[in-house]
Design a protein. Structure first.
Length: 400
């Protein structure tokens, strides 16, 4: 991501530029000291020293905001705040009330770089110092009301923003941890399933192999029966493993839609996706049991491939996904439409992903249409809403 939060160090050139612009916007309030130097009637020597003091203050303030991390307390941080406070007081006492505004920056810097346990004391301390110097400077009392509230509230606003950034980072780290734990749990589930499926079968195969070996060559008929049993157990074990792995790898539309939202958002693409009620209404419209798993899986694979192409190759700014149920002459079909406003990539023909997706949809009795449209690229995947039946009235592909 190109943005950087309050209290975080910029990690690259773009982040440094964004933070410099954002910090520079707030330096506009230094117009009062600048105006005092230009129109205040000071001597040349005082003006030169004033400009030097102002430049040093801004430079020190910038170093403090840019170079500190997320609230760590170091001698550099504490020393910089002390120097900024002393410099603000010296300039205000020497040059006049217009320089009291520097204390607002000191207060905001305290909220931005200090941890909460310290900033809640540092900000009132800076505000108190501002009050004391304002009362000592001629005409400073008139400026006090306009500066004390921004200094006090601005500093605590920065602590709130910094804590929000810290919480957001913690939530992202927690989300990544939860995702990793979920993946580990799923791997453990698969390992348990395979152990349960293969443990008994392999033990039985081993036992029958030993029996067949002892029966040879004296009892070839019984040995042949044992070998036949071994073949049957092996085939059943293979069927069970395939079913377990297929269930493990089968994607679901709800999960793929959630993944599409994350992928598109991360790529900076505006996503227009079906909501959960819309998805439930379409997927559950094929009867009480809902859409067949093979049908939903085929559409989920189509959605995954389409979103992958949009993120990697399209250069799009918007992507819309639509899932509807249509009635055709061949019966009800589910139609998935993924359309973006990008270029569709630079290839002249379908890639391996679309070719494999076409084959996958054809196995489910569906079709795939993909190509450029007037304002981007459009992919349409269609599958029967009801599983096709063979001559005997059983769903095709219902076996292992």
């Amino acid at each position: 991501m190109s943005s950087v939060g309050i209290g975080q160090r910029p990690q690259n050139h773009r982040q440094r530029l964004v933070k410099a612009v954002w910090t520079g916007i707030w330096l506009v309030y230094l117009s009062a000291p600048v105006s005092d130097l230009v129109h205040g009637g000071h001597s040349t020597g005082v003006v030169v020293l004033g400009w030097i003091g102002l430049v040093v203050f801004v430079a020190w303030y910038g170093v403090l905001v840019f170079r500190t991390g997320r609230g760590e307390v170091t001698p550099l941080v504490l020393g910089s705040l002390v120097v900024l406070s002393a410099q603000s007081g010296l300039l205000a006492v020497s040059l006049g009330r217009e320089w009291l505004v520097l204390f607002v920056y000191v207060s905001i810097a305290s909220g931005a770089v200090l941890p909460l346990r310290m900033s809640r004391w540092a900000i009132p301390a800076v505000s108190a110092l501002l009050t004391a110097i304002a009362l000592a400077v001629p005409g400073g009392k008139a400026y006090l009301a306009g500066l004390l509230i921004p200094a006090f509230l601005g500093g605590f606003a920065m602590t709130g923003v910094r804590e929000l950034v810290r919480t957001t980072i913690a939530l992202r780290e927690a989300r990544a941890t939860v995702a990793q734990l979920a993946a580990n749990e799923e791997r453990l589930r698969l390992a348990r399933d395979l152990h349960d499926l293969l443990g008994h079968s392999l033990s039985l195969i081993t036992l029958k192999s030993e029996l067949a070996g002892r029966m040879l060559p004296g009892q070839p008929e019984k040995a042949a029966q044992q070998v036949a049993d071994i073949e049957q157990v092996s085939r059943q074990a293979l069927v069970d493993v395939r079913e377990a792995v297929t269930g493990y790898r089968r994607p679901r539309l709800s999960g793929e839609l959630a993944g599409a939202q994350v992928a598109l958002t991360a790529a900076g693409i505006t996503a227009e996706l079906p909501t959960e009620p819309d998805l439930a209404g379409v997927v559950g419209a094929a009867g009480a049991a809902g859409v067949a798993e093979e049908t939903e899986s085929a559409l989920a694979w189509a959605l995954r491939e389409a979103i992958t192409n949009v993120v990697r190759h399209s250069g799009a700014r918007r992507c819309a996904v639509e899932l509807v149920r249509r009635q055709t002459l061949d019966g009800p079909v589910l139609e998935l439409v993924v359309e973006d406003d990008g270029s569709g990539g630079s290839g002249d023909g379908p890639g391996n992903g679309l070719t494999g997706l076409t084959e996958r949809l054809e196995k489910a009795g569906g079709t795939l249409e993909a190509g450029r449209v007037r304002r981007g690229f459009r992919l349409v995947a269609r599958v029967p809403a009801e599983a096709p039946a063979d001559a005997g009235g059983h769903p095709v592909g219902s076996g292992a």
